[in-house]
Design a protein around this ligand. Structure first.
Ligand code: SAH
Length: 379
């Protein structure tokens, strides 16, 4: 028991006894400076140095007093996960294996499109949810990421993208990588706040999306803490099927989950919940399933993303054939639901939805050791 509860806690954001300022949001930094007798505007200065200019060396932060710079250098550091390996897909998708301080590594994916450029980041080392069709689940679970490790993926990716020819910028961030972000609420929230903070990454809430398998109480908590765009991994229109595919459904069944979705957008006229639906051949892809799904969502401001299933070794599922996906989408569209089929990106480098594995020192004994060796990244 102890091992499990310990595993759920991220290590404190300290290295060699120093505080990692990368993970403190504006309020956190203000409290940090107040506790040291410094004025609140120091937080604004620090945010800009670290997140906008990418500076980690306190000595270079020229608008801070000399004595403050010296003190910060003694007590703090700014450290992001480092890309230890990179793979680039034929379609321009990049995937990085990001090294963490304890020997684990998570994956971060950059997906360029004509109209936007999205970074998909991880929130946990592995995942504890065990959704049947997801390869991250097979890796088992080690721990939560710290806030610095979550936002640090954005920090590191931005730095790397700026070096490309031509340089690329991020327009969107999605928490759709490894892990269940709402099981790491305490660390995810400061990271989200930094993403939407004008003095840090300055993204609008529309352009930051958190995807959850449906942790109902935390959906409500997210609404109050930082109401970014919400995506829900639904994958089935009835409880019997969803229980089998997404075991979390046994705790928070569909009706309860959809109520939380209604509350999430209530009173916010232009907001919609995105429902993700992985297309599994012969499992959840019939016309009956489509009609049931349309009925379920008819009174929710919703948008549906159909995700062609991405295979991995021993998955035990196949992707629905394209005509089946088209027919499924046509039924939803005819029922008035905005429905798109997500284009599979980066599957040649195992960077597509459900294919991220990282390097997880499993503490659940679920892993069968399928982590991709680093050498494979450098092909
Ligand atoms: N735990 C969160 C965040 C992960 S997001 C969640 O469940 O929403 C990753 C998305 O990819 C989820 O919608 C997930 O259900 C989906 N997915 C997982 N495995 C997949 C696979 N093999 N093929 C396609 N999509 C998959």
């Amino acid at each position: 028991m102890t091992a499990v509860s310990e595993a759920r806690v991220a290590p404190p954001d300290v290295a060699a006894g120093r505080i990692n300022l990368l993970g403190l949001d504006r309020a956190g930094l203000e409290a940090f400076f107040a506790a040291r007798g410094e004025r609140g505007f120091r937080a604004a200065q620090l945010l800009q140095w670290v997140h906008q200019r990418g500076v980690t060396d306190f000595a270079a932060m020229s608008d801070l007093s000399k004595s403050l710079r010296a003190r910060l250098a003694e007590e703090c550091l700014v450290r992001a996960p480092e890309p230890m390996a990179e793979r680039v897909s034929a379609d321009g998708t990049h995937k990085w294996l990001m090294r963490l301080d304890d020997g684990n590594a998570v994956e971060t994916v950059f997906i360029p499109e004509p109209e936007r450029a999205t970074l998909c980041i991880s929130s946990q080392v592995g995942c504890s949810l065990n959704c049947r069709f997801c390869s991250t689940a097979r890796q088992g679970f080690n721990r939560n990421l710290t806030a610095a490790e979550i936002v640090g993926q954005v920090w590191s990716a931005r730095r790397r993208l700026a070096q490309l020819d031509p340089p690329r910028r991020l327009s969107n961030v999605v928490l759709m990588g490894m892990g269940e972000p709402l099981l790491n609420f305490a660390n995810v929230v400061p990271a989200l706040r930094l993403l939407v903070e004008d003095l840090a990454y300055g993204l609008s809430k529309r352009r930051v999306t958190l995807s959850t398998a449906g942790l109902v109480p935390m959906i409500d908590a997210l609404r109050d803490a930082c109401d970014v765009s919400l995506a829900v991994s639904l994958h089935a229109p009835d409880d019997a099927l969803r229980d089998a595919l997404v075991p979390l459904n046994r705790k928070y069944p569909i009706a309860v989950l959809l109520d939380a979705c209604r509350r999430y957008v209530a009173g916010r006229p232009h907001r919609r919940v995105t429902f993700e639906y992985v297309m599994l051949d012969g499992v959840n892809d019939s016309a009956t399933h489509a009609r049931a799904l349309a009925r379920l969502l008819r009174d929710i401001p919703a948008k549906v993303n159909l995700i062609p299933f991405n295979p991995f070794p021993d998955a035990g599922y196949r992707c629905s054939p394209p005509p089946v996906i088209d027919a499924f989408r046509a039924i939803l569209t005819a029922a008035g639901l905005v429905t798109v089929t997500r284009t599979t990106r980066g599957d040649d480098i195992d960077a597509a939805c459900g294919q991220l594995v990282g390097r997880v020192r499993d503490r659940t004994r679920r892993s069968r050791g399928t982590a991709i060796p680093v050498a494979e990244y450098s092909r």
